[in-house]
Design a protein around this ligand. Structure first.
Ligand code: ADP
Length: 668
């Protein structure tokens, strides 16, 4: 006959009652049917209270599923006994870590499903162990980690699971905003804290604010047994509403850098676990060091990537060598220029690969000297030298070698630019320049010859016109004489133009002969009025010559001097309307004589001032435009002035007049 459960325990006698371990019997339907004093004490119930409860009341909800599974195996006889580490729910709502050993009370009767449970308080053992196990866990996660976000995600989940806490968040310090922001959260598999989760993800904390902010401020792990307690937090209401009570936070930091806070929540009201708190500080540093390393690696990686992309896209060949001259970097441009593949040249001597044999000794010598004495000839400078391709063909390169500015053994980076194209262009340019000079010369020679050829028939026209006018071929009427005069004027005009062209062409090819002498400025300018008197008269222009020091001489070619002054004067007359004023004057400027021809004419627009000295340039200026000239006068005059060591400049104002200055060296 089966024993009554109470009998079963009491059979064990008073030793059971006095045992320091809890003992109890669960019926086949999971009701407590017996319990010793220690079990009642552990759970906080009186025996009567406990015997009115079932397993589901005393086992922590979070551990119930696992427990049911294990106990079922025992009940079914699949195993003689089992052992669990789990949490019991106490009368006051708190949780207690216990070790439970379960076995059937009557192993011989397959229908008897009562279970004897031996329950031991694990608080003390677990506390010291939990700290250690978390530390080991985190070390292991870090050791296996791929990336920082990965590691943090795993730490949240695994530490949460191990400690059987239900919700966890990593708060990352946003340095720009100087606030903690939720980066990742974890929720225990069978739980949901929708409101709390929503609130957590929508909030950020300044230093000292909320639970994470407090941990940031103190830099130490912190434990809050009941969030609903007196120290109310911004998320306390949501936490309480969804059954989260205890909070535990770890600052993630190194000695001098703070990264963020790991925060865990439990559904139970848990007293602070000192062993875990102690371990947490270590875990926080461990993770801090890890994040620091990850950060350093990231920036190193970034600079590697940056460097790689610079090297890859550079148009210049870039080769880095160590102090033994071995190649350690060879970019794509270098591959293309020298015809080697990077993997074939790494570790080989740069000198032997890309420098022609005749330059190698000098190069090696220079490198040795630099390493021994620090004295550099090539380093930091740009030199032109020949490079050698894989097929031993040579090509011109511009080479600059710099020492990589890093402490430790010397590295050098050589930047090389293929000059083949530039050299080709230089040769091409020189050829083009020569060609165009020759073409210009040919043109001027052609003009000179042609002008000369044109002058002969023009002179004939003039001669025969004179003969006809004189009546040598028979009497001429008055009307015919007038026509002959027109022919003569046209001939004279045409001859003037041709003379200009001829003179210009001669100037261009340097055939115009110039013979300088010193002569009196006053004497030379005193006679010019006579030469232009008819023109002045025709336009009723006033003419003034301001004489200067009689003893001053100018050093010039007399005829050219006269030609230039006449040219300036006839322009002045040409571009000055009737009753205007022409003034010729001169003064000394240092060792120069400056002759000025001023008029009160139409002037020259500022935008045209630069152009009027160019050959064949005539400024279009409305009705005063005359058909005389071809725009060579000023070009010729200035060329001649310059050939005599002087120049011509102009000041002018539209509609007010112009002043041309002829500058020539003063005579002795
Ligand atoms: P040309 O007189 O045969 O046209 P120039 O070389 O002597 O050629 O002069 C070039 C142009 O400069 C003239 O066409 C005219 O537009 C301008 N120019 C020269 N001298 C004067 C002046 N004194 N006043 C106004 N315009 C002038």
């Amino acid at each position: 006959m089966a024993l009554e459960p109470v009998e079963a325990l009491s059979r064990l006698g008073s030793s059971v009652e006095k045992a320091r371990v809890g003992m109890g019997i669960l019926s086949g339907r999971d009701r407590w049917v017996d319990a010793n004093a220690r079990l009642c004490e552990l759970l906080g119930y009186s025996r009567e209270e406990l015997l009115a409860l079932g397993r589901t009341d005393t086992t922590h909800p979070g551990d119930l599923t696992a427990e049911t599974k294990e106990l079922t195996r025992v009940k079914k006889g699949e195993t003689g006994s089992t052992q669990l580490e789990e949490r019991y729910r106490l009368r006051d709502g708190g949780a207690l870590w216990v070790s439970v050993t379960a076995a059937r009370t009557r192993a011989d009767d397959p229908l008897a499903t009562d279970l004897l449970l031996i329950v031991q308080d694990l608080t003390a053992r677990r506390q010291s162990q939990r700290g250690l196990s978390v530390q080991h866990l985190v070390s292991q996660i870090i050791a296996e980690s791929k990336s920082a976000p990965d590691t943090l995600r795993t730490v949240l989940a695994e530490v949460g699971q191990t400690l059987r806490w239900s919700y966890a968040t990593y708060w990352e310090l946003d340095r720009g905003a100087d606030a903690l922001r939720p980066l990742q959260s974890w929720t225990s598999a069978d739980r949901s804290f929708a409101e709390f989760d929503r609130k957590t993800k929508a909030i950020e904390f300044k230093r000292g604010e909320g639970f994470p902010g407090r941990i940031w401020e103190t830099g130490r792990p912190y434990w809050e047994s009941d969030l609903a307690g007196p120290a109310a937090y911004p998320r306390s209401a949501e936490a309480s509403a969804e059954g989260l009570h205890s909070a535990f936070g770890i600052p993630i930091r190194t000695a001098d850098r703070f990264f963020g806070v790991l925060e865990f929540f439990a559904e139970d009201v848990l007293p602070p676990d000192q062993a875990l708190l102690n371990a947490a500080q270590g875990v926080g540093y461990q993770l801090g060091e890890f994040l620091e390393r990850a950060r350093a690696m990231l920036s190193e990686h970034e600079s590697e990537v940056r460097k790689a992309s610079i090297l890859d896209t550079a148009l210049d060949s870039i080769i880095t060598i160590d102090q033994t001259g071995s190649i350690i970097e060879f970019n794509p441009a270098a591959e293309a220029a020298f015809g080697y593949r990077k993997e074939d040249v790494i570790g080989r001597q740069m000198v032997d690969l890309i420098i022609p044999p005749r330059h190698r000794d000098a190069h090696r010598h220079g490198m040795k000297r630099y390493l021994a004495t620090g004295e550099a000839h090539v380093l930091g400078r740009r030199i032109e030298i020949e490079g050698m391709r894989a097929d031993h063909s040579e090509f011109p390169i511009e080479l600059a070698i710099v020492r990589v500015p890093l402490p430790g053994p010397a590295f050098f980076t050589a930047y090389m630019r293929d000059l083949t194209e530039r050299k080709r262009l230089e040769v091409e340019q020189a050829r083009l320049l020569k060609d165009s000079e020759e073409a210009n010369r040919a043109k001027s020679e052609f003009l000179a010859t042609m002008s000369h050829e044109l002058r002969t028939p023009l002179n004939a026209i003039s001669g025969y016109t004179e003969l006809l006018k004189m009546g040598i071929r028979g009497p001429v009427t008055e009307a015919q004489v007038a026509d002959l005069d027109r022919i003569k004027r046209s001939q004279a005009h045409l001859l003037g133009i041709i003379n200009d062209i001829l003179q210009f062409a001669k100037l261009e090819v340097g055939q115009l002969e110039i013979s300088v002498e010193d002569f009196s400025v006053n004497a030379a300018l005193g006679v010019t009025k006579e030469l232009v008197a008819p023109l002045l008269e025709a336009k009723k222009l006033s003419y003034t010559y301001q004489r200067g020091d009689e003893s001053v001489t100018v050093r010039a070619d007399r005829d050219r001097f006269q030609q230039i002054v006449l040219n300036l004067l006839s322009n002045a007359i040409k571009f000055t309307p009737k009753k205007g004023k022409i003034t010729v004057s001169w003064h000394l400027n240092e060792d120069n004589v400056v002759i000025e021809v001023a008029d009160t004419g139409i002037g020259i627009d500022a935008s045209q001032l630069d152009r009027i000295f160019d050959p064949f340039i005539q400024v279009q200026s409305g009705p005063t435009r005359t058909s005389e000239g071809v725009g060579l006068g000023l070009a010729i005059s200035r060329d001649m002035a310059r050939q005599m060591g002087g120049d011509i400049t102009v000041r002018s104002e539209s509609r007010r007049g112009s002043t041309f200055s002829l500058v020539l060296p003063r005579g002795a």
